[in-house]
Design a protein around this ligand. Sequence first.
Ligand SMILES: [Zn+2]
Length: 538
Amino acid sequence: MLMKLTFIGAAHEVTGSCHMLQAAGKTILVDYGMEQGPDLFENPGLPLPENEVDYVLLTHAHIDHSGLLPLLVKKGFKGQIITTYATADLCNIMLRDSAHIQEFEAEWRNRKGKRAGQQAFEPLYVVQDALDAIEKLVPCQYNERIRICDGIEVRFTDVGHLLGSASIEVWITEGAVEKKIVFSGDVGNLNQPIIKNPHYTESADYVVVESTYGNRVHSTEPVDYVQELVKVLRETFDRKGNVVIPSFAVGRTQEVLYFIREIKEKNLLKEYPNFEVYLDSPLAIEATKVFTKNMKECFDEEALALINAGINPLVFPGLHASVTSDDSKMINQIEKPKVIVSASGMCDAGRIRHHLKHNLWRAESTILFVGYQAEGTLGRRILDGEKHVKIFGEPIEVHARIENLHGVSGHADMNGLLAWLEGFKTPLEQVFVVHGDDTVAEEFAATVQERLGYPAWAPFPDGEVDLAANEILSEGVRIPVKTKKAAAQKADAAFDRLIAAGRRLMEVVYKCGQISNKDKAKFEKQIHNLADKWDIYK
Ligand SMILES: [Zn+2]
C-alpha cells in the first residue's frame, strides 16, 4: 500500500505551509496555509480533488499555516480539522478575519475594475466558508495520543511558538510496516513571555522541520524589555505626547499587555502611575480573550504563578478595549498622554492608520514598533525614516519620534532548531527541511547533515517521498513565480495544462510497476527523449 509524503507548500519558501501524507488508505494534510509576502516559486496546489482529503492536522493558527482551510471546505473537503483547543479558538477569530479581508479586497478591486471595464473579481473565500471551516475543527488536548482512524495515531505537543502551537507526531501502521513521522510546526524560541519553551519530541523515523532562521543565530545580548518600555513611556509622557504601538493582534499585543501590567504592578513609572492604555483592535481584543481562556494549558510557569495568585496577567487598571469604531474615534479626542495599541502590526491596514494620522505629525508623540516590518509596508517606510507619507490619500509629515523595540523572536534560531532535532533519542532515517527561504532551507539541510549526521533534504513544491522504502520519488518542481499581467494570463492557463499533463505522465509511470522490463526500458527511453527535446536549460 501507498505510504507517501508530498510537499505542497512552504517548500523552499517560508509561507503557504502544506504537506500531504497518504497512508493507511487515507489522505491527510498537515496545515493548509496561505502564501504571504514575496513569493519565489509557484505552488502547483493539491494534486487531487479537495473532497478526497480525509483529515487535516493543524500545527498552529497563523494564516500562513491555516489560511486556506476555508478554501478547502469551499471546494468540497468534508473531513475533520484536528488541532489543539487554543489553536481552534484562535482559528475561530483569525479565519473569520481573513475572510473579511478577502471580501474587502475583492470589493475594492471590483470597484476599481468596474471603472476599467474588467471582469468581476471573486474573493478567494467568504465569511460563510470560514464559518464552515471553523465547524470542522476538532480540538484535542496536548500530549494525548489519539487514534484518528485504522492505522493512524497522532499526538500534539507544545512547541512554544504561539498560543496553541504544536509539533505533531504521527504513527502509521500498515500491515507489518510501522513508521513514525513528526512535523515540527514552527519551533518557538526560548524564554518568550507568556508561553512555554518548546517541548522536545523523543522518537521518530522521519522529521519534517521548519528552517525560518536555519542560518542565523539570534543575539544573546540580554534586552530588558520592561525597562526599555518604561523609558519610552516616560520620555513621551514628559513631552505630553502619545505612545502609539502598531502591533500584531495575536501574540505580540498580548506580550505588550503582559509587560505593561508588570510596569503598573511594580510601579516602575512612578511619575505617571495611572497612565491609560487603549487597546484599539477588535481582533486583538478577541485574541486576548482566547489567551485568557487557555491560560491553564498554555501559559509558562511565570505567567501561571500570577494566575495562581489570582491575577490575570493580561489585565490592569487603566486598560480600555475599544470595540466599536466610535470607541476608536473617541481615543483621539482625549488629550491626556496615553498608550494606544492597535493593528495591523505593519500599518498597512486597520485602525492603526487613524492613530498614525493623528500622531505622526506631532513631535511630542512616539511611534513604537514592536515587531518585524516587511519591505514595502508603511511601517517599514516610517521605521526607515521617511519624512513624508500618505495615509488615506492625505500627505502627512513625520515629526514624531520613531522607536523600535524588538521583543523575543517567535522562532527558534539555528541553534534552537538543532537543539530541537537533538531532542530525538532514536536515530532519524531522514530529515525533510521546509519553511525556509530558498537558500536558507538548503543551508540548514547541509547543517543538519554535517552536525547531526542525518540525511537531510529540502524538497521543492510537489516533491515526493515513499516513507515505507525511504526513497525520494520526485525532487519537486522549481517554477519561478510569473508576474501576473493580463497578457500573461493565457500563458498561465496553458502552463497549468502543461503541468497537469506532466502529472498524468507520472501517474502512468506509477502504474507501470508490473509491465515487462523491456517495456519499462522502452518507456523510460521515450520519456528521456521527450525531456531532452524540451529541456531548454540543459
Ligand atoms: Zn507561525
